[in-house]
Design a protein around this ligand. Structure first.
Ligand code: GLU
Length: 513
């Protein structure tokens, strides 16, 4: 029997989570659920210089908003706690030391100046890559070139040192990426990466491999930017003696700029006026606020649906998926290699679809708040009716109030072209007859009742209703097109309807030829 699937999302708390990070988390989650496995959250905070306060809380909140459920890890707990790497240093130190003891890693004492000098020397000699590797290490100050007693003396004296991987000179490193297929690299192309820094903390590479092993991760699903590091990681598994249980790799395609060329950046988002973070983020140092999908009015289910299809699709025409449907159809091996163009209009389209599906009562408070803030009376029943009338016409909940302008405000001007074309004698007779009929009517004022009253009034006046409806709308809203007129009248109420018809008759008189 194969091992139970365990995947992890392993962000570094260096700022707000990029929307691409949410997609990575989502693909991990979909895969875990599909395989009946577990989804872990691990916080990779070993780079103290890049630590940003609030970023971890932001990540947890963003995943929660998106509906990505963490089974084990930071904030949830589990058998492999702690899940924050800064709290696991002894574990990494032990493994780094083991590598040194086994001759697979070494201490290096070079100062920043010495490393610079090496780089300059190599560059001057036109060496292909100026790096610390199986050749250059023999000219540097490390436990391979210094005598054992000097190494010991330096360490005892508290000299700063790092532990570097002793990369083999001639070895093939191969990995079979689930999305990209075989990747072959020669070890000479891999440098002697630092594994443990002078502050005693591991680098990403060491911590990541040690944790994925100890946390029994079966599949590493992450962004394409980590593909170049994957051969180094395979080498580390080999050196640590864990190659047999090495996870499988799947490197996800990049998110591309809206034009399709190059990697999507914060700058593209700023230029395009769209968010690139799931939630709004206030920089703790500068106070600069960056937009969030949530605050811009994107629904989580729309955002998730949009992200799921950036780099994968089930090969059918279906575009709308609930999370459960995504889980049922997701297939990691069908993820594309090519980058996925980030088209914010598509995200808006998804939002439009999901707004339509939202219950009216859920969207009503947004309208009510906006209306009341603008000084209008808008009880919940009215707000709900407005939502039901307009939610199919907008992309975001906050646009409903704007779309409802003609409901909240009686017209002060009338569309001139429509007035010229439609405000004629018949129109005046129709509006007059309808106003009179409404004044005489005192039954319930619902769309259906209004429709009958209008129908009867037009029959009595001998006017074809189809011919005067645009004029009627003009009288009521000042415009020539809009949502269902009967419902509009129901919402604005009888008195307001009569008042508007009256005003139109007085104001538009002069337009009649
Ligand atoms: N901490 C790494 C990151 O930020 C994780 C990469 C990985 O998943 O291995 O993105």
């Amino acid at each position: 029997m194969s091992k139970p699937v365990r995947v992890r999302f392993a962000p570094s708390p260096t700022g707000p989570l990029h929307i691409g990070g949410v997609r990575t988390a989502l693909y991990n989650y979909l895969f875990a659920r599909k395989m009946g496995g577990k989804m872990l959250l691990r916080i990779e905070d070993t780079d103290q210089n890049r630590f940003v306060p609030g970023a971890e809380e932001y990540i947890v909140e963003a995943l929660h908003w998106a509906g990505i459920v963490i089974d084990e890890g930071q904030g949830v707990g589990g058998p492999h706690a702690p899940y924050r790497q800064s709290e696991r240093r002894a574990i990494y130190q032990k493994e780094a030391q083991r590598l040194v003891d086994e001759g697979k890693a070494y201490y290096a004492f070079d100062t920043a100046e010495e490393l610079d000098a090496m780089r300059q020397r190599l560059e001057a000699a036109n060496a292909p890559a100026a790096q610390y590797n199986s050749i250059t290490r023999m000219q540097m100050r490390n436990s391979l070139t210094l005598k054992a007693d000097e190494v010991k003396a330096r360490i005892d004296a508290g000299d700063p040192y790092v532990i570097r991987l002793k990369t083999p000179r001639k070895e093939e490193v191969r990995l079979n990426d689930l999305i990209r297929g075989w990747v072959n690299v020669h070890s000479s192309a891999i440098d002697d990466k630092v594994l443990l820094k002078s502050d005693g903390l591991p680098t990403y590479h060491l911590a990541n491999i040690v944790d994925d092993h100890l946390m029994e991760i079966t599949h590493v699903i992450r962004g394409e930017e980590w593909l170049p590091s994957a051969p180094l990681h395979v080498l580390l598994y080999r050196y640590l003696g864990w190659e047999d249980t090495m996870p499988q790799f799947a490197h996800l395609p990049l998110l591309l700029k809206p034009e399709g060329n190059g990697k999507l950046s914060k700058r593209d988002a700023d230029l395009g006026g769209f968010p690139i973070f799931p939630l709004q983020w206030t920089d703790p140092v500068t106070g600069v606020v960056a937009k969030g999908f949530r605050e811009e009015g994107y629904l989580p289910e729309a955002t998730i649906n949009f992200l799921a299809l950036l780099g994968w699709n089930p090969g059918t025409e279906q575009e709308l998926f609930t999370m459960d449907e995504l889980i049922a159809s997701f297939d990691l091996t069908q993820v594309h290699k090519a980058g996925a163009r980030f088209d914010i209009q598509k995200a808006q389209w998804f939002n439009h679809q999901y707004i339509r599906l939202r219950p009216d009562a859920e969207l009503a408070p947004t309208v009510q708040q906006q209306a009341e803030a603008a000084g209008f009376d808008c009880p919940p029943e009215k707000a709900e009716k407005i939502v039901s009338l307009l939610k199919g016409r907008i992309n975001f909940a906050h646009e409903i109030f704007t779309e409802a302008a003609t409901i909240f405000n009686a017209p002060t001007t009338y569309d001139e072209a429509i007035a010229a074309a439609k405000w004629n004698d018949d129109a005046v007779r129709a509006v007059t007859a309808f106003r009179d009929a409404l004044q005489a009517y005192d039954g319930p004022f619902m769309a259906d009742d209004i429709k009958h009253t209008l129908g009867d009034a037009m029959t009595q006046a001998g006017i074809k209703q189809g011919k005067i409806m645009q004029a009627m709308r003009l009288a009521l809203t000042g415009t020539g097109a809009g949502p269902d007129l009967m419902l509009t009248m129901e919402i604005i109420g009888k008195d307001e309807t009569v008042g508007r018809l009256e005003t139109a008759l007085n104001t538009l008189k002069t337009a009649v030829k």
